[in-house]
Write a protein that binds this ligand. Structure first.
Ligand SMILES: [Fe+2]
Length: 473
């Protein structure tokens, strides 16, 4: 198709020629780049002794307008007028292309945002991103990698290109790229690769923070080699607040085409959007990790008050987490149950040691002091806004399903489910570990005793679930 028709239809061009014919009274022709007649008016106009003038688009001739010799003034006017018309068509075409690309970009970003929701889960964000890249540019492989800090000298990077020797002292840590999600033909091999951020194509993108596409990697000395076949590659950095948090690498589009610049621009926007979410999610993970480390330190402090219960809180936490997972509770709830189980006996800090270490049967007063520990524990943490629910679960971890427990005598489903889960985990660990007054029971004996308490002390449904997975403890 002649290029001029990309910006004006033959029909519309003919309309203009008719107007010129009516205005100037002469037959008008539009010629292509090789001066062949593309459109003319009237239809039966004869192409003899023509004068032609170029019609320009962006300073380059896109065709010619011609009339019979002897009409130079009219011809100059028509050539200029048609140049303006075609230029306008070009502008409209560019603008509509830009609008379409912007719309595509916005709808993609909107799609990703709605898929991500408000969750802060790094794995999920990376998976959504990899899937969207695969949808946008179907490729043989797509990998989303995260930049991870490791100590210098660690042989963590398996596809490293050694950096040039330097006299500068090495920093204590370096960053490598670790695949988080790999999709495509070679996904299993891609998921085991790690890359240095020093040198190579990925290192180049890491340093420049600019996307890069290479049409044939065999001709680029920076290519560090992949454990599978690659010809074309696209690497897009995920940049948040000036730092590279990860990279997207895609290779060899399934339709055999190269990676075009509108796609690269689009992927760069998407990568930057996800980089911000990933950074937030990593920060959230870090805070959660710190929270758990602190809770663990507290639990060690509680357990250390009594050598017989050393490690009790951590074991209870592990069992409670497994039961919660088996009950298919939401991941967030499972995390909080894990934390509540770690802290369930934190209130024992307020119980005198002579009562805690008493080897015999506690006298009623001492028993009453001991029974205060769930409430003391709950009070210790209930002022932390996000811990209010956890405080309630801790408060009720000695309630019995039949209502005979303490501190509130709650019954059945009135006892929070996480508390019922912790009760079962707590009971199992208490029965199977040594106490001052008896040796720890075997798992079979402990299960037999607990089975007898099913429906009285213990929630029957939660116990059945625990029994299902008890072989693993
Ligand atoms: Fe307790």
């Amino acid at each position: 198709m002649p290029k001029v028709f990309e910006f004006i239809t033959a029909e519309r061009l003919k309309g203009f020629l008719r107007q010129y014919f009516n205005a100037f009274g002469g037959e008008v022709f539009f010629l292509g780049a090789s001066k062949d007649v593309l459109v003319k008016f009237p239809e039966d106009a004869r192409e003899v002794e023509l004068d032609a003038r170029p019609v320009f688009l962006r300073d380059s001739p896109i065709g010619y307008v011609a009339m019979q010799k002897g009409r130079p003034g009219s011809l100059d006017f028509i050539a200029e007028n048609l140049s303006n018309v075609i230029e306008m068509g070009y502008e409209i075409e560019s603008l509509s292309g830009e609008v379409a690309r912007n719309y595509e970009e916005l709808s993609l970003l909107w799609g990703i945002s709605s898929r991500l929701g408000s969750g802060l889960d790094v794995d999920r964000i990376c998976r959504v991103l990899a899937e969207e890249v695969m949808n946008l540019c179907p490729s043989t492989n797509v990998s989303v990698m995260l930049a991870v800090e490791i100590p210098h000298g660690d042989a963590g990077a398996s596809c490293l290109k050694s950096p040039a020797p330097s006299k500068e002292p090495l920093p204590a840590f370096k960053k490598i790229l670790v695949p988080k999600v790999s999709l495509g033909k070679d996904a299993s091999r891609a998921s085991t690769m790690t890359f240095s951020t020093e040198g190579g194509l990925l290192g180049h993108v890491f340093d420049t923070k600019e996307a890069l596409t290479v049409c044939d990697v065999s001709e680029d000395s920076r290519f560090e080699g992949f454990p599978y076949s690659v010809i074309r590659i696209l690497i897009v950095p995920m940049v948040s607040e000036g730092a590279v948090v990860g990279m997207i690498a895609a290779n060899d589009k399934l339709n055999g085409e190269e990676y075009y610049s509108p796609e690269i621009k689009l992927l760069t926007s998407v990568a930057s959007e996800c980089a911000t979410s990933i950074k937030k999610a990593l920060l959230y993970d870090e805070i959660r990790e710190m929270l758990f480390r602190t809770a663990e330190a507290f639990s060690f402090a509680i357990d250390a008050k009594d050598p017989y219960t050393y490690g009790h809180s951590k074991r209870v936490s592990r069992i409670a987490e497994a039961v919660a997972e088996k009950l298919l509770l939401p991941p967030d709830t499972i995390t909080w149950i894990r934390l509540a189980a770690l802290l369930h006996d934190i209130g024992k800090i307020g119980v005198p040691e002579d009562i805690l270490h008493n080897a015999g049967k506690l006298v009623p007063d001492a028993m009453e002091r001991m029974k205060e520990h769930p409430c003391i524990g709950a009070k210790m943490i209930e002022n932390i806004k996000r811990f209010r629910e956890v405080a309630r679960w801790i408060c009720h971890h000695h309630e019995h399903y039949d209502g005979s427990g303490y501190p509130s005598g709650l019954k059945g489903e009135d006892i929070p489910l996480p508390s019922r889960i912790i009760t079962i985990a707590d009971t199992f660990d208490a029965l199977t570990t040594d106490r001052p007054y008896r040796k720890g029971l075997t798992k079979e004996d402990a299960m037999r005793i607990m089975r007898e308490e099913r429906g009285t002390r213990l929630d029957p449904a939660v116990f059945d679930c625990f029994e299902w997975i008890a072989t693993y403890f």
